[in-house]
Write a protein that binds this ligand. Structure first.
Ligand code: ADP
Length: 402
């Protein structure tokens, strides 16, 4: 089956065309700056042509149309006709408590997503716009929604209920949902394949360290706790988000600095984390450069970042009782030997023995980076959320059409 995966943000659409029969990428790319001056669209064929151009793209319908035009561009030789697209898989950030797995998109599903907008006011509206735009252009192509929250719906109540009045959970659905689920799912399964162990017998901690970052404790294949919470703001330190802080700080700053809700939200989501501490950049590559140049605040940002990762590993080891695999993924997890090393420093007594030779210089490649006799196998597994979206889409669509 040829499945087009779409990941729609407010001004971006990331896409990948995947042949699910042999799990290969046929094309991928991104539309940027939708609705702004200077919108761009790019496309790449694995090991082949790359193209990028500016185009006036006022909304998601125009953006998806532009992607489809490129996919059937005779010069690029990707598809002869749009009829070759068998299905579309949409990444949807928040499935609330309703969606515990991927689903065929029906009018009822779209309505439920709309009903759940208050849970993810920044993320779900562009996801819904993407679904409606794709349906308007390709009304007969079946579509599937794959949710970032779904993998975490196996968490027990004691992990997802917050210690605030219980009525607030009942009234406003305030609970831990967790995000990056598709990534945690993929790398945990792939790590088991590489290690030659069965997921249903293993305990795993997965660390997704990208611009956003989260840790997940996985017991016998199921998520039992994760660091992001009601929103993606909780947990690890991130590029621009603060992660865990004392909630009283927010009230105090709002009062002292006379901040509105909107300003406080921006402060915690856009101006905190690595960029907030360092005052320089949210990009780990910049911070590593500054670290080696002796920049004090960049150094502090990296110390806080890796200390927080270490704390979560310790907490989740306690949750799981015994740990078999520890997996690093996403931009920083896959590419930064320094962050991996600093996060695991001094954890030998807990059975985590990183092997420097294996870790140093390792980037964007599947590998075991712990010593051969390390009780916990430490691994790097590049994530592939689009493959999960495409495979789920193919499976659900074939069930409905068979
Ligand atoms: P997103 O959450 O936007 O998908 P990514 O998974 O692409 O983010 O991760 C982006 C992060 O990965 C950035 O902080 C970037 O600096 C970091 N990163 C990418 N390559 C490297 C590298 N070689 N060394 C250190 N950090 C890297």
């Amino acid at each position: 089956m040829k499945v087009l995966t779409l990941n729609c943000g407010s001004s971006t659409v990331k896409y990948k065309l995947i042949d699910t029969d042999n799990k290969t990428n046929l094309a991928m790319g991104k539309v940027d700056r939708i609705g702004m001056i200077g919108a761009t669209i790019d496309i790449e064929k694995p090991g082949g042509a790359k193209a990028s151009h500016e185009e006036e793209l006022l909304d998601h319908v125009m953006a998806i149309n532009a992607i489809l035009h490129l996919l059937v561009d005779p010069q690029l030789q990707i598809l002869n006709s749009l009829r070759e697209i068998d299905a579309i898989g949409h990444r949807v950030v928040h499935g609330g408590e309703t969606f515990t797995g991927s689903v065929l998109i029906t009018p009822e599903v779209v309505q439920t997503l709309k009903d759940n907008i208050s849970l993810a006011p920044l993320h779900n509206p562009p996801n819904i716009q993407g679904i409606e735009a794709a349906q308007a252009i390709l009304p007969t192509v079946p579509m599937v929604g794959v949710f970032d929250t779904a993998f975490h719906t196996t968490m027990p109540e004691h992990a997802y209920i917050y210690p605030i009045p219980y009525q607030l959970y009942k009234k406003h659905a305030i609970r831990r949902y967790g995000f990056h689920g598709t990534s945690h799912f993929y790398v945990s399964r792939r790590a088991c394949e590489i290690a030659g162990v069965r997921c249903c017998d293993s305990n795993i901690i997965t660390l997704h360290l990208g611009n956003g970052a989260s840790a997940t404790a996985i017991h016998h294949g199921q998520s039992v706790d994760t660091s992001m919470g009601f929103t993606p703001l909780e947990g690890l330190v991130m590029g621009t988000r603060c992660g865990d802080i004392d909630p009283a700080i927010i009230l105090h700053i709002m009062d002292e600095e006379k901040l509105s809700l909107h300003e406080a939200n921006n402060l915690l989501n856009k101006f905190s984390g690595l960029v907030g501490i360092s005052g320089r950049s949210s990009d780990m590559r910049d911070l590593e450069d500054l670290y080696f140049k002796g920049d004090k605040l960049a150094r502090l940002a990296i110390e806080i970042y890796t200390y927080r990762i270490k704390k979560y590993i310790g907490a989740y080891m306690a949750v799981l009782g015994k740990l078999d695999l520890l997996v690093f993924t996403a931009g920083i997890g896959e590419n930064s030997p320094m962050i991996r090393e600093k996060s695991l420093e001094g954890m030998e007594s807990l059975g985590i023995h990183l092997e420097k030779k294996k870790n140093d210089g390792l980037r964007s490649k599947e590998a075991v980076i712990s010593a051969d006799d390390s009780p916990v196998k430490v691994m790097v597994v590049p994530t592939n959320e689009e493959l999960v979206i495409a495979m789920d889409t193919a499976e659900i669509v074939s069930k409905h059409t068979s």
